[in-house]
Write a protein that binds this ligand. Sequence first.
Ligand SMILES: *[C@@H]1O[C@H](CO)[C@@H](O)[C@H](O)[C@H]1NC(C)=O
Ligand SMILES: *[C@@H]1O[C@H](CO)[C@@H](O)[C@H](O)[C@H]1NC(C)=O
Ligand SMILES: *[C@@H]1O[C@H](CO)[C@@H](O)[C@H](O)[C@H]1NC(C)=O
Ligand SMILES: *[C@@H]1O[C@H](CO)[C@@H](O)[C@H](O)[C@H]1NC(C)=O
Ligand SMILES: *[C@@H]1O[C@H](CO)[C@@H](O)[C@H](O)[C@H]1NC(C)=O
Ligand SMILES: *[C@@H]1O[C@H](CO)[C@@H](O)[C@H](O)[C@H]1NC(C)=O
Ligand SMILES: *[C@@H]1O[C@H](CO)[C@@H](O)[C@H](O)[C@H]1NC(C)=O
Ligand SMILES: *[C@@H]1O[C@H](CO)[C@@H](O)[C@H](O)[C@H]1NC(C)=O
Ligand SMILES: *[C@@H]1O[C@H](CO)[C@@H](O)[C@H](O)[C@H]1NC(C)=O
Ligand SMILES: *[C@@H]1O[C@H](CO)[C@@H](O)[C@H](O)[C@H]1NC(C)=O
Ligand SMILES: *[C@@H]1O[C@H](CO)[C@@H](O)[C@H](O)[C@H]1NC(C)=O
Ligand SMILES: *[C@@H]1O[C@H](CO)[C@@H](O)[C@H](O)[C@H]1NC(C)=O
Length: 584
Amino acid sequence: MASDRWVFTAVLFLAAAAATVCYAADPQAHFDWNVSYITVAPLGVSQKVIAVADRFPGPVMNVTTNWVATVNVHNNLDEPLLFTWNGIQLRRDSWDDGVLGTNCPIPPGKNWTYSFQVKDQIGSFFYFPSLLLQRAAGGYGGIIVNNRAVIPVPFAKPHGDVHLFIGDWYTKNHTALRKMLDEGKDLGVPDGVLMNGKGPYRYNATLVPRGIEHETINVEPGRTYRFRVHNVGASTSLNFRIQNHDLLLVEAEGTYTVQQIYSNLDIHVGQSYSFLVTMDQNASTDFYIVASARFTNGSLWDRVIGVAILHYSNSRGKASGPLPDAPNDFYYKGYSMNQARSIRTNLTTGAARPNPQGSYKYRTINVTNVYVLKNTALQAIDGKLRATINGISYLPPTTPLRLADEYKKTGVYTLDFPSVPGDEPPRMRSSVINGTYKGFIEMIFQNNGTRIQTYHMDGYAFYVVGMGYGDWTNNSRGSYNMWDAVSRSSTQVYPGAWTAVLVSLDNVGVWNIRAQNLDTWYLGQEVYMRIINPEPNNRTELPMPDNVLYCGVLKDFVNLNLVLTLNLAALISTIVEMPLLLLF
Ligand SMILES: *[C@@H]1O[C@H](CO)[C@@H](O)[C@H](O)[C@H]1NC(C)=O
Ligand SMILES: *[C@@H]1O[C@H](CO)[C@@H](O)[C@H](O)[C@H]1NC(C)=O
Ligand SMILES: *[C@@H]1O[C@H](CO)[C@@H](O)[C@H](O)[C@H]1NC(C)=O
Ligand SMILES: *[C@@H]1O[C@H](CO)[C@@H](O)[C@H](O)[C@H]1NC(C)=O
Ligand SMILES: *[C@@H]1O[C@H](CO)[C@@H](O)[C@H](O)[C@H]1NC(C)=O
Ligand SMILES: *[C@@H]1O[C@H](CO)[C@@H](O)[C@H](O)[C@H]1NC(C)=O
Ligand SMILES: *[C@@H]1O[C@H](CO)[C@@H](O)[C@H](O)[C@H]1NC(C)=O
Ligand SMILES: *[C@@H]1O[C@H](CO)[C@@H](O)[C@H](O)[C@H]1NC(C)=O
Ligand SMILES: *[C@@H]1O[C@H](CO)[C@@H](O)[C@H](O)[C@H]1NC(C)=O
Ligand SMILES: *[C@@H]1O[C@H](CO)[C@@H](O)[C@H](O)[C@H]1NC(C)=O
Ligand SMILES: *[C@@H]1O[C@H](CO)[C@@H](O)[C@H](O)[C@H]1NC(C)=O
Ligand SMILES: *[C@@H]1O[C@H](CO)[C@@H](O)[C@H](O)[C@H]1NC(C)=O
């Protein structure tokens, strides 16, 4: 038995070596990240947050279309760790997606190197730790994918680039928050909103205590800046606005939009936008930058506001007085949805490729499969409150789905995820959607709960063609935007409403579809879609990386490739340990 396994692993090693990926002449960008806790007090309460390379938020990955990024992640936390690259499509490469369905977690004290190509994409995205609610403790940072030099950008080069990470924040740490969810409790009202890891400017002495550090964005009068804004929070939709300044929306998660002016925009959990902001005001004082909790009422939420400062170099004083007003639409629930519908693709501009992206006429393609994915409010399953999609609360197997496939391990998951909601009682399952390679699918997210959800799909961008209140029916298709819907990786779904998306299943792999809201995601509101080429080959999917980690039913596998790349001392100690390992 033991010797069989020796032979098997050796064969694997040879196969892996033969399949070593070569990206030819594409430029490489290497990142080496030490991931550890640091102690800060963004809201005046000392707490441990997850820092990447000693920074919170982490460093920006600044790459260009088609570059190959390698990211060596050193896990100095006391928990397993994986990073996912939100919005990066990882073409042919779910191996590097950094979610439990594709990767074994990096154990504490260990490091592991991601290697992926940012293929045919541009735009503003972010990375974050995908396990155990860790994003509620930080660990996030920006990803910029620049255009190749030969590709035009539909606006003049801005004078500067500003990154804003906005998100609700709890002074309880992520392990305490996890415990609350495990006990069936709600996370409750957040303690505040952070902007770039910092608390609010003291715009109101009652609401904001003394001694809190706030973010200041320094600008030159008359110049135009690109603001890349990401909602990295746990579960609160935020309204974003800059006092006295217009927001010219130019990009939504990798698509250049029709350039339109907004005085404020709702940014839901996990979403990213770029705005151009021109410093065209008389800077008699500084200005407020605000991100306030949305769709809430009651004074408990008064503190759930992030406030940063926009400071002109010729500013003559501090910002003071009331914050710019939030939309007053408590009695008009269509406001936010209409705003979302107004975000459309600029059909006359290209993105990562020279041809205009609108030339991909999604309206002319026949839909091959329809999925209605419905979530409800939390439901009790075996005495625990869980979140579901179509009655199924996803139970992540200990073996990544993609790895189980590679080693033909059956029984890890089932391919029977229902394509429409049924009558069965809610249940926990490792149930996966059987996607059809090269299919063109319609997914309708129906939110039958009471809180707004953002749905996200890894590996893809989808066309957000429609949204409406009530239950989706076949007739709802009449309201779809079949002309210039925006193609992006996330969409909000309002409570009591639906959102429809179209996706071309051209990227082979096993891909996560999840609620970006940390609480419902943690409680099972996710599913995977498995898309395999019936004639597998390494043009449609890259071979398994040679540094792959093993876990679950494959935990006894030894990655000889890794062993052989270690230094001699490590090699000797591993050889000494290995026979012991193989005995068990
Ligand atoms: C892809 O497969 C072909 C043959 O099946 C092999 O010759 C080639 O080296 C492989 N390429 C990569 C990058 O693995
Ligand atoms: C990484 O962080 C840990 C904990 O802060 C520290 O002990 C270690 O020296 C750091 N390593 C590097 C390479 O910076
Ligand atoms: C989180 O908070 C709990 C107390 O609620 C504490 O026991 C634990 O050590 C904290 N963990 C981290 C990583 O800060
Ligand atoms: C990103 O890199 C490009 C060049 O590749 C550079 O022009 C740009 O200023 C950089 N942006 C940031 C925010 O570092
Ligand atoms: C761990 O980091 C070292 C360098 O610090 C690197 O040589 C090695 O390849 C990394 N291991 C993995 C599995 O990525
Ligand atoms: C669309 O893109 C074109 C070409 O880049 C640009 O000239 C035009 O201003 C854009 N139109 C709108 C409405 O954003
Ligand atoms: C500060 O906030 C409190 C509580 O919302 C409010 O009552 C008070 O009027 C505010 N103060 C100022 C100066 O706006
Ligand atoms: C700018 O504001 C100052 C102070 O309010 C005022 O005196 C000045 O006239 C203003 N200038 C312009 C161009 O509006
Ligand atoms: C907040 O909204 C809820 C539900 O819409 C309502 O029941 C409650 O009375 C409202 N509270 C306040 C303070 O307006
Ligand atoms: C789409 O389906 C219609 C009929 O259902 C058919 O006539 C048409 O050729 C199909 N179009 C494509 C591009 O397959
Ligand atoms: C999954 O779908 C493919 C066609 O796309 C089909 O051949 C296969 O039988 C399906 N598998 C299961 C388990 O339903
Ligand atoms: C949820 O679904 C039920 C039955 O389908 C319906 O009566 C109810 O109005 C829905 N609630 C929401 C918030 O969508």
